[in-house]
Structures are given as C-alpha cells and as structure tokens.
Design a protein around this ligand. Sequence first.
Ligand code: PBG
Length: 333
Amino acid sequence: MRIAGKFPNVRLRRVRNSEWIRRLVSENNLSINDLILPIFVRDGSGIVESIKSMPGINRYSVDKLNLIMNKAKKYKIPMVALFPYTPKNKKDKFGTEALNKNNLICKSLKFIKKRYAGIGVMCDVALDPYTSHGHDGVIVNKKIDNDKTINILVKQALLQAEMGCDVIAPSDMMDGRVGAIRKALDKRNFKNVSILSYAAKYASSFYGPFRDAVGSKKNLKSDKKTYQMDFRNLNEAFREISLDIKEGADMVMVKPGLPYLDIIKSIKDNFKIPVFAYQVSGEYSLIKNGIKNKLINDEAILESLMAFKRAGASAIVTYFALEIASKIKKNTN
Ligand code: PBG
C-alpha cells in the first residue's frame, strides 16, 4: 500500500476538523446489530440481584427476565446469551444438572422464546456452571476426559435445541465436539439450529468476574490450561478454527476480546466466516471500575467496542450491550 501525498499539500487535519466531516470519513461504525447481550439467570422468584464483581450487571430469576428482555427488545438487540447461576446443591462431579429438562437454562429458553420470538437466543455448551469442581468437562483419573465429556455435551446441546435455543455455543474447548453436536442435531432434524463455536478460547485471567457470576470460582481449584488455549499462540487458533469449520461451525468466536484483537484480525483475513468477539467479564469490570473511579471517562466503552469492528468482528458479546445501545439510539434520533 502506497500512501500518496506530502505536507503542506496534504493536511490530514482537514478531514478531522469538524464532527460532520469526521462522520463522513469514518471507516468503521458500531451499530446495535453488532451486539449480543449476556444474561445471568438464577433460581427463586422475584429476584434481581447485583453481581459484586461486575458493577451494573445482575442475576435475574426466570420470572424477572422480562425486565432485561424488554430492554433488549426496545433497542432491537439481535441476540441474548444465557448463563446460569446453579445452586450449590444441584452441582455434582458430572454436571448432571446440565441435562435436567427443568434447569435454569431450559426454563429461561421457554420463557424467552414464548414472549420474545424476534430475539435470537444463544446458549453455552459446557459443564462448568454445573460441576462441583468448576471444570468444563468430567474428570477421569484426575484428567478432563475429552470423549466422555463430548457425550454429555451432545445431550446438553440437544436439550437446548429442544427448548428452542437458536444458536448452540460450545465454550468447552474439547476436541471434536462441534462435529459430534452437528451430527446429533441433524439426526434429530434440528437442521436450522446453528453452531457458534468458541473456537479460539484462551485460558485467561480475564474470566475471573464471570466465574464469580456463575458461582464456579470457589469450586475451581486449578486452571483450564489442558483444554483452553495458550495465550502465546496464533497458529494454534488457525488449527482450531479450520477444524471447527470442517466440523460444521456456522460462526466462530474469539475470546477474550481486547487482548486478542490480532487473533480476530488474522482469522477474519484468512477464513471467510463470521467472526464474533467476546469482550469478557474481566475486560468489562476493568473498564467499568475505571469509569466509576473516574480514571477514564465513559467514551472508553465505545472506543473499546470500535476496536473489535476495526479488527473485523461481525458481532460482539458485551456486558455493555444495553448501555451502548441506548447511546447509539440517542445519537441516531
Ligand atoms: C464457560 C464460560 C466462561 C465464559 C463464558 N463461558 C468461563 C470459563 O471458561 O472459565 C467467560 C465469560 C466472561 O468472562 O465474561 N465455559
């Protein structure tokens, strides 16, 4: 690429001089169509409970989901992502509760699909919200057993599809799970249920507040480095992505977000598939607390989200979804 021109003929500040010209020459834009809203669900009724480690984010009992879903509908957020806060007494070594037809995710799916037909719902496929040890898979001889875990994940995905889930999102990082889930979905005639694979999911410290939000933090005694990716690697992400595409992923996710923009960009340039980014809980809480403590101002939210668009993300899972949607809507009125 050749950059033509020379000062003083060229003065780049001419295209920055006023707001209207900046709007005209802007290369990227964030729209509400880019946003996916994560929602935490808990048991009980009549409860909206704030999450300490994530200021401004709540857990909702199923009967209160309308409070947050009405906002998603008002702003025309295309999709929500559901995460359960499973009561301790329902957790066991095998994550059995993941397959309970009446678990929090199933109840939420029924509640939402009945009342908000126009909004897509995505569900995580992984066992960590349900296991007593906080891992995404089952443990055999002190190791996370890949193939035994897949057997359960397939059942979990089928149950979610049965309950009306639109987008199945395996976030567990077991090898071969996308293919197994696609095959099972097709066999049961869930041909229109799509798979968003957390293909490049790194073992990250930035998940801390989320683990607190779903109640797996205290249970987890070790890291997830035998299944989630090593943050030193890019080529490994290519291998993960190409396998998942072959196995039937419709969209792929890179996670965490901001520290991994290079991964998003490289994947976007090399694979012609929608790439989603996850601005994870740790990123959210750092920015949010920075704003709360007046270290930075709240324009940092848009700046952080625009970075994903620059890198080539088609959509972004972000806990800022409602906050930024309200701003976008105000600016376009
Ligand atoms: C579960 C899962 C995690 C996140 C989404 N799904 C945590 C983990 O893998 O430990 C993290 C999301 C966030 O931090 O916002 N497999």
